[in-house]
Design a binder for this molecule. Sequence first.
Ligand SMILES: NC(=O)c1ccc[n+]([C@@H]2O[C@H](COP(=O)([O-])OP(=O)(O)OC[C@H]3O[C@@H](n4cnc5c(N)ncnc54)[C@H](O)[C@@H]3O)[C@@H](O)[C@H]2O)c1
Length: 386
Amino acid sequence: MSKELRIAMLGCGFMGRTHSNAWLQVNHFFPREHKPVLKGCYGRQEDLKKLKDFQAKWGYESLETDWRKLVERDDIDLVDVCTPNFMHKDCVIAAAEAGKIVVCEKPMAMNSAEAQQMVDAVEKAGVANMVSFNYRRVPAISLFKQLVDEGRVGRPFHYRAVYNQDYTIGQDVPQGGMSLWRLDSKVAGSGVTGDLLAHSIDTAEWINGPIKRVVAHAETFIKERKHADTGKVEKVGIDDACMFLAIFENGSLGTFESTRYARGRKNYSTMEMNGERGGLYFDLEDPHILQFFRYADPETGKKIEDHLTGWQRIHVTNFEHPYMKNWWVPGCTIGYEHTFIHGFADFLASLEGGPAFQPNMRTAMRTQQVCERVLESAKQGAWIDI
Ligand SMILES: NC(=O)c1ccc[n+]([C@@H]2O[C@H](COP(=O)([O-])OP(=O)(O)OC[C@H]3O[C@@H](n4cnc5c(N)ncnc54)[C@H](O)[C@@H]3O)[C@@H](O)[C@H]2O)c1
């Protein structure tokens, strides 16, 4: 039975676009009972021209420059929070109190105290909720997790995650304003830790289970920048780079590195796992490939013949691979925007009696806590338990 799902989109920037596209596409490829309708979008008064263009381009029925008005409207079923981080808590709590289904971009909040309030609000209201850690739903990363769960890597020894970019190296890059709000700690909460490492941590704990302890170092290379809103040179409060070591509860050792100062790296995210029976490697710049090293047979535990060992590049486009049977034909690749479509396909399925959606806000709060402990450890220069 078909059912309208009336969407309020908060934010008309990068994520506003990826989410609008995903709501429009999801039923074309993953038929669901819920039929998303783009009912209203919010953007700031100062971004009105951009908001109007956004409304016209994606076909929203209405626009608002007051997000509370949109959230409280009776013709809205689901609130999709794609605003900068400092707004997430208020938007999610208001949506939950109005009885709306809530989708929220990552990082979930500015800190874990805020995340706790958000979890309390959605759980008290009993509303379905999801946090958009979309990289879990790159088919090759989903396959990574599947192979680990099938025992093909065996006992894990190491997990290595890197997430590097290069767009803030210049001294003249301001803090604040569109996109560059990420450099303003009052709007972003933290730098690469909340922005990039949160993704790496979410995926790492999904694949390995919980991290037990961390020790970190963070760096702010450029200490002062002009603020785009005030025009004044102000102290920079975010971390430009952060590295940490982790020990997982399963005994595996993790290394995590993230920076926005890696020349030539735009959205370079890799992960590798080394286990007793084999290894796995993924690189987001080669997103349809999963590399797999088979050392031992998962059934017998016996070493496979030497002339058959070696890293194997799996082109993750077969019907048997996660999500791929709903797309084109084997050999045809998909890309970045599809990860959001997969997220909404799974979320809608969960509303229709399918498997519970992950990560929800309670799970994402855990990632927020790990990020906070990493930054605390960087301040103290000491190992910290999570
Ligand atoms: N899942 C992912 O991979 C991913 C990728 C990018 C961003 N994000 C997250 O999505 C959220 C939105 O990021 P984005 O890249 O779409 O941002 P953006 O700068 O492209 O858009 C931000 C939107 O919020 C509105 N806004 C309200 N207050 C603002 C303020 N003080 N400064 C700037 N804009 C303000 C703007 O009108 C704009 O529409 C953030 O929480 C971010 O961390 C997630």
